[in-house]
Design a protein around this ligand. Structure first.
Ligand SMILES: *[C@@H]1O[C@H](CO)[C@@H](O)[C@H](O)[C@H]1NC(C)=O
Ligand SMILES: *[C@@H]1O[C@H](CO)[C@@H](O)[C@H](O)[C@H]1NC(C)=O
Ligand SMILES: *[C@@H]1O[C@H](CO)[C@@H](O)[C@H](O)[C@H]1NC(C)=O
Ligand SMILES: *[C@@H]1O[C@H](CO)[C@@H](O)[C@H](O)[C@H]1NC(C)=O
Ligand SMILES: *[C@@H]1O[C@H](CO)[C@@H](O)[C@H](O)[C@H]1NC(C)=O
Ligand SMILES: *[C@@H]1O[C@H](CO)[C@@H](O)[C@H](O)[C@H]1NC(C)=O
Ligand SMILES: *[C@@H]1O[C@H](CO)[C@@H](O)[C@H](O)[C@H]1NC(C)=O
Length: 375
């Protein structure tokens, strides 16, 4: 009878067996296997459906159909208008001369597979098969928690997603001003992490259906580093501000010292103002005793750094002291706060750029030339 040696045709054998069991095929009518010119099996286009949606299975009937059935693999869902499936999601939509359509609601992954429409006409059996493919939107199931690490640690972020087809994963660093980089793996390896790689990492899982996006925060701790601060010049009675800037994570605590003596906020006429990475030491009314060497120490739990700034005296310029003061300021060499001297404009024009040994001489020449030009 039905010899089902060939795996390829086994589903067809099952169908024919089922039909026979149903007495759909009249006894005595020979059941033919594949290749028989009188039997006809057709493969319909695959149907792609998203999880949770409904799908219609439509089977063309043609003339003089005696029996017809829809099967899920080898089990009968509908035989004619008789429902065999106990699944409430399965229902009959249309059964007439033209078509035999059933509906499956709320489709889920186990519903994926081959569905067969078996039709018996007066003369011969006919089958049509259709493959239902179920798609599932991506969902990130297992994501690394936000972490705080020390600079130099090896960090691995994980982003595992489910979905059908299998979602692809991309990683991106979102922090502004940093070159964001992408990686395509469930695991993002960051060997020996630097402070520049701290920030918000975005994992995107995407497939044909949609995308899921989640973020992980990495905080990278590192010890303070202070930037070189400029010496500050001020006259008695003026206001002066010393700056100390420290890069650190967590943010640094600041301490100010004059020589070995700690300065506190309560000191008369002095205020320490810490805002994030910047500390400012303000003298509201500079007096002689304030001049000197100030040290700022920035500390966090990973270490400390310091820088020193000199508050030096500037004599208010008067016409009689002009030339003398200019020379004395130039002798200070590297000090950079000469704002007081930016009045005449002649200095810049004279091209005395380098404050070398001949600078004073050069300045004198320039001033003399300027004086001569005035006549
Ligand atoms: C239908 O889907 C199956 C399984 O994914 C695949 O092997 C087959 O090539 C597809 N057929 C068509 C006609 O797209
Ligand atoms: C189809 O058969 C599979 C396997 O037996 C089952 O898990 C699934 O629920 C069935 N689907 C329908 C719509 O009958
Ligand atoms: C996430 O992945 C880790 C490591 O693979 C595993 O130990 C953990 O059980 C997973 N958690 C969940 C909720 O799947
Ligand atoms: C980081 O990984 C490298 C190479 O795998 C290893 O040599 C190093 O010891 C690791 N560093 C830490 C802090 O674990
Ligand atoms: C600054 O201090 C001097 C001397 O201590 C005082 O005479 C002067 O009035 C003060 N100036 C201001 C603006 O407070
Ligand atoms: C200021 O003090 C610091 C620390 O005591 C010292 O290293 C530095 O040389 C001093 N700077 C000047 C200009 O004296
Ligand atoms: C300041 O930093 C130097 C190294 O840069 C260190 O040798 C010195 O001890 C520090 N001074 C203080 C007061 O912390």
């Amino acid at each position: 009878m039905c010899v089902c040696g060939d795996l390829v045709v086994s589903w067809k054998c099952l169908v024919l067996l089922s039909l026979r069991l149903l007495f759909l095929v009249p006894a005595g009518l020979p059941v033919r296997s594949q290749g028989d010119p009188q039997s006809d099996s057709r493969v319909m286009d695959n149907i792609t459906v998203r999880q949770g949606e409904s799908v219609l299975l439509r089977c063309p009937q043609g003339n003089i159909v005696t029996h017809t059935a829809w099967l899920n693999r080898s089990s009968i869902l509908y035989a004619g208008e008789d429902k065999w499936s106990v699944d409430p999601r399965v229902s009959l939509v249309t059964l007439n001369q033209e078509e035999f359509t059933i509906k499956i609601e709320n489709v889920d992954i186990p519903d994926e597979g081959q569905y067969i429409c078996a039709v018996q006409t007066r003369s011969r059996p006919r089958t049509a098969s259709v493959h239902i493919i179920v798609q599932v939107p991506p969902k990130i199931m297992n994501l690394s928690k936000d972490i705080v690490v020390n600079e130099g640690s090896n960090v691995t972020l994980m982003c595992l997603a489910s979905g059908k087809p299998e979602p692809s994963i991309t990683w991106k660093l979102l922090s502004p001003g940093v070159n964001s980089f992408a990686s395509e793996d469930d695991y993002l390896e960051i060997p020996s992490i630097s402070r520049h790689k701290a920030g918000t990492y975005e994992c995107t899982a995407v497939n044909e259906v949609s995308a899921d996006v989640q973020t992980v925060e990495i905080v990278v701790n590192y010890p303070p580093s202070v930037s070189e601060s400029r010496d500050v010049g001020a006259s008695v009675g003026q206001q002066a501000v010393l700056h100390c800037e420290a890069e650190a994570e967590p943010p640094a605590d600041f301490e100010w010292y004059k020589d070995d003596k700690r300065i506190f906020n309560s000191f008369d006429g002095i205020e320490i103002d810490n805002t994030g990475r910047l500390s400012m030491l303000t003298f509201f009314n500079v007096s002689e005793v304030d001049y000197g060497n100030y040290t700022c120490i920035a500390t966090n739990k990973l270490g400390s750094a310091n820088t020193s700034t000199v508050l030096y005296e500037v004599i208010e310029p008067t016409s009689s002291t002009l030339l003398q003061d200019k020379t004395s300021v130039l002798e200070k060499g590297t000090s950079s706060d000469y704002t007081i001297w930016e009045g005449p404009g002649a200095v810049q024009d004279g091209n005395c750029g380098n404050m070398g040994a001949h600078a004073s001489l050069c300045l004198l020449v320039v001033i003399v030339v300027q004086l001569l030009l005035k006549f």
